[in-house]
Design a protein around this ligand. Structure first.
Ligand code: ZN
Length: 424
């Protein structure tokens, strides 16, 4: 552990620390940022009212839209002369959001990434190849500063240039790789296609920290098998700080959230109500020590759940599951939360209301070969899909198989959800 006194803190002591820091953070936001002052006052909240962690629920949420509306510097809480760096979210929809860092924020972030590297078994003995992109994106510089903080040897190669990545990985004796999981698979593909003599098992590579996009256990197995390494999931979001918010440990079962620095809540995305530990919902972040861009109850739209369990790694920090979807995409069908990402791959979910019941129909595209005139085969397949959905999601859906490319696509992406219950 990089910060054992924090990462394995007894729970009562952790709660005390969180409350002490929360009071500072909320007061800092209120006193030094006009947007927070305005929204707190509109909700009838004053930092003096914060006496317990539960009082956090009296504070209004900060939404992604508010972040965009205040871009670039409207959520900064320090003078510009104290800001030493800015980063920006990629923002696939709408405007990008800008986040700033003071010198102490940069140091905090480096500590978080040093913890992340240590959690994946890394140390000062490692040679860390950072193949995340460097630039406004937080991945490259985030991993870079964390690597230096822990004392590893950092190779700042950035993304792309795949043949050079592999050459360097072998010749420089890289022991740890940081990139997106899909790029790790890309590296393995490139090697097996173009470099017949390249064998990952003959390199010194032992472990990798992969994040910045959702990935599955199947992808982990593929990376671990093809590269002969241990692959760890890391998580973060630029609005909160960048990578380093949570990460997997040697148990590879859930991601520990660094909750001495970020307070996390799970809410019902529809009502905003705080849900009990273990419930699935939208994760909300509150920074406890950040100076430039404090985030107070930031609605991430990421859907996950939080739980505490004794972990073999010795950390007492709460765990979060891999993010399983976005609250924007969530459908509630007969009281069950369903995410389109839980249904793969070329499908469209049509929800309608018949009488008092929500009705769900899933259209699934099947390949030419499967799409036959043989009715028996088709029926068996749709029954199989329906049964699988029933066991995974707990709801009964009508499954209709359709020919390839029948599902409406916009910009190459299938329209996943047609909700006929909403007035259009
Ligand atoms: Zn652990």
């Amino acid at each position: 552990m990089f910060s054992p006194d924090r990462e394995s803190m007894p729970l009562p002591r952790l709660k005390e620390l969180q409350l002490e820091r929360l009071r500072w953070s909320v007061r800092h936001a209120f006193e030094n940022n006009a947007h927070y002052r305005k929204t707190f006052e509109a909700a009838g909240f004053h930092p003096d009212q914060l006496r317990s962690l539960a009082d956090l629920q009296r504070i209004p949420f900060l939404t992604k839209q508010e972040m965009r509306d205040n871009s670039p510097y409207g959520l900064f809480a320090v003078p510009m002369r104290d800001v030493v760096r800015v980063h920006s979210s990629s923002g696939t929809t709408g405007h990008a959001t800008v986040v700033g860092y003071t010198r102490s924020d940069i140091d905090l972030w480096a500590t978080l990434m040093a913890r992340t590297i240590a959690s994946a078994g890394g140390s000062a003995d490692d040679i860390l190849q950072v193949a995340y992109g460097y630039g406004l994106f937080t991945g490259g510089l985030g991993a870079h500063y964390g690597g230096e903080k822990i004392g590893a040897t950092v190779i700042p190669i950035s993304g792309g240039n795949t043949d050079r990545q592999l050459m360097l990985l072998r010749d420089f004796g890289t022991t740890m790789l940081a990139c997106t999981p899909s790029y790790a698979i890309n590296l393995a593909d490139f090697a097996s296609r173009n470099l017949p003599d390249f064998d990952f098992r003959k390199t010194r590579l032992r472990r990798g920290i992969f994040g910045a996009e959702p990935w599955t256990e199947a992808m982990r197995r593929e990376i671990e098998t093809r590269m002969g390494i241990d692959a760890f999931d890391i998580y973060g979001l630029s609005e909160v700080i960048g990578p380093g918010v949570s990460c997997e440990c040697s148990a590879k079962r859930g991601l520990h959230v660094f909750e001495d620095l970020f307070l996390v809540e799970i809410i019902d995305p529809d009502t905003g109500e705080v849900l009990p530990e273990g419930a699935l919902g939208e994760i909300v972040y509150t920074s406890l020590t950040k100076e430039c861009c404090p985030v107070i109850r930031y609605r991430s739209r990421d859907i996950t759940r939080l739980y505490r369990e004794g972990c073999s790694c010795g950390r007492t920090l709460v765990k979060m599951d891999k993010v399983c979807g976005r609250s924007d995409d969530m459908l509630i069908i007969r009281g069950v939360n369903v995410f389109p990402s839980q249904i793969e791959p070329h499908y469209q979910v049509v929800v309608d209301r018949r009488g008092a019941m929500d009705d769900i129909e899933v259209m699934v595209e099947v390949g030419e070969a499967i799409f036959s005139d043989e009715l028996k085969v088709m029926t068996a397949l749709s029954e199989q899909i329906a049964a699988r959905m029933r066991s995974t999601l707990g709801i009964t859906a009508k499954v209709t198989l359709v020919e390839p490319s029948t599902i409406e696509r916009s910009a190459g992406k299938a329209r996943r959800v047609v909700d006929k219950r909403k007035p259009s």
